[in-house]
Design a protein around this ligand. Structure first.
Ligand code: C2O
Ligand code: CU
Ligand code: CU
Length: 490
């Protein structure tokens, strides 16, 4: 073991040393910001008392629909610079949509015609707004081609054409997505439909249907966000030692003795979370990225990669007033539920949630291969880094394809790196992981899935929207470094 450690350390020195030289020469991949500092720590550790924590969980507001027509929705969103007090007495520079950190929840119905007026009030920087998980045409998708200049606005229009789901939105400007999301630009996007209406599950927003946007941050000693990428951050994406839920450090949520529905988003730049409750409280996952699962899946741990969502039902009815249940990531607690009072309604775990028509792999007209390769600044897909002027893959509209994604990145060195795969404008069904059926909570619609080192994941989808779309690793530092490509559907 000791010998093994010695060899690995020597390996690390060689690898990091190489990257260090690379950074010193300042030859980043086309403008990718690289700074040889803060190599592997998780940011400055503040005293618990310095942290403006132990506050009640902030609930993002629902965004007002300005169109009185029930079949149409019109929303206004502004991206802006702001400050927020995460550490007592310190204002941290942030970005937010209509506020100082994160954004409001956009809630629409399947079939609705939606327009969103997006204004860029950021100082001196381009942004875009991308609807992650939404099945719309490329020109409304908000990828890096839809840059909004400072002071300008962009008003995409689209019709919702997919089942109830918890999606999200975030900026996607070329090579600057990681930094803008890190500063706070992200929000949730809910779709409701007849199925979500008819299910007997909690659906009172902010009361028993509560979003949890989970992120981790590195703070500098002066309280600012640390987004100078050191070697560790370039390799693994930016991971931080301070967890935030809906923008709050260590918050609590009062819950009645009854059923709660939690809509979880891993809104981090890079971290994979392993979530569980203290006392090993079990819960039921009812939805994945693209909507309800067919049946609730009982579990006591949930693995959520960057950009993945899960809706879960948690039953607090067997607790007493004052009981506290902690939610933790890999054993470290970051928010608590404090039981208080009776619930107004009684819910049981539904037997069935929806039906999902399985796409038959025989319907696929082809299998397309995507291979994650390289490490650090060299990360790529199929040997290529993102080029805005190159379309990498051409897909015929309405055709069904199998996308086979393998992770050969950094293999043989330090055990490789996890990469979450995401494609725009489409929802997949996972066929298998290394030939084995996926875990039950991955048997519904997925727009993002983790691919572990050495693993091969096959997913199937029908491409019903035309235009140019991105596929990429959703570790945002990898995406910004070029681990992204473009496909055109026509
Ligand atoms: Cu969540 Cu290309 O994005
Ligand atoms: Cu997306
Ligand atoms: Cu990656």
């Amino acid at each position: 073991m000791k010998k093994y450690l010695g060899i690995s350390l020597a390996g690390l020195v060689i690898i990091f040393g190489g990257y260090y030289l690379f950074f010193i020469q300042g030859s980043g991949i086309s403008g990718f910001p690289i700074h040889p500092i803060n190599e592997s720590d998780n940011g400055y550790s503040f005293n618990k008392t310095d942290i403006a924590g132990n506050s009640s969980l902030p609930i993002p507001p629902l965004l007002e629909d300005k169109n009185p027509d029930p079949d149409k929705a019109e929303f206004h969103i502004t991206a802006q610079n702001a400050t927020k007090e995460f550490i007592s007495g310190v204002e941290t520079e942030t970005m937010g949509y209509n506020g100082n950190y994160l954004g409001p929840v956009i809630r629409v119905r399947n079939g609705e015609d939606v327009s969103v007026q997006v204004e860029n009030n950021l100082e001196d920087e381009i942004t875009t707004i991308h609807w992650h998980g939404l099945e719309v045409d490329g020109d409304a998708d908000g990828g890096p081609h839809s840059g909004i200049q400072p002071g300008e606005s962009w008003t995409p229009e689209f019709t919702i054409d997919q089942p109830a789901a918890t999606l999200w939105y975030h900026p996607h400007p070329e090579k600057n997505t990681g930094r803008q999301v890190y500063k706070g630009l992200a929000g949730l996007f809910f779709i409701e439909d007849e199925v979500s209406d008819s299910l007997d599950i909690p659906k009172e927003y902010g009361v028993n249907d509560v979003p949890l946007i989970i992120q981790d941050k590195q703070f500098n000693e002066n309280g600012s966000f640390q987004y100078e990428l050191g070697m560790h951050d370039v390799m693994n994406g930016l991971q931080g030692g301070t967890m935030l839920v809906n923008g709050a450090v260590d918050p609590y949520l009062e819950v009645p003795k009854g059923m709660m529905r939690l809509r979880l988003l891993n809104g981090s730049n890079a971290s994979v979370y392993e979530l569980h409750f203290s006392n090993n409280q079990t819960f039921y996952q009812i939805a994945s990225d693209g909507g309800f699962l067919e049946n609730p899946i009982e579990m006591d741990e949930l693995i959520l990669g960057p950009a993945e969502r899960a809706e879960i039902l948690v039953d607090f009815s067997n607790f007493k007033d004052g009981d506290t249940i902690q939610l933790s990531n890999k054993g470290s607690e970051f928010m608590k539920f404090v039981v208080n009072g009776e619930s107004e309604s009684n819910y049981a775990i539904p037997e069935q949630l929806t039906t999902i028509e399985k796409i038959d792999p025989d319907e696929a007209v082809r299998t397309r291969e995507f291979v994650f390769q390289g490490m650090g600044p060299m990360v790529n897909i199929n040997g290529k880094q993102m080029d805005m002027n190159r379309i990498d893959e051409f897909v015929d509209i309405h055709e069904t394809e199998i996308w086979e994604v393998s992770n050969e990145s950094g293999m043989g060195m330090m055990g490789g790196t996890v990469h979450p795969f995401h494609a725009h404008g489409v929802q997949f069904q996972i066929i298998d992981r290394d030939g084995n059926p996926p875990p039950l909570n991955e048997t519904g619609w997925k727009d993002t899935f983790i691919v572990y080192p050495g693993e091969k994941v096959r997913a199937i989808a029908t491409f019903n929207h035309s235009g140019v779309f991105m596929y990429h690793c959703h570790i945002l530092e990898h995406e910004d470094a070029g681990m992204m490509g473009q496909f055109k559907v026509e």
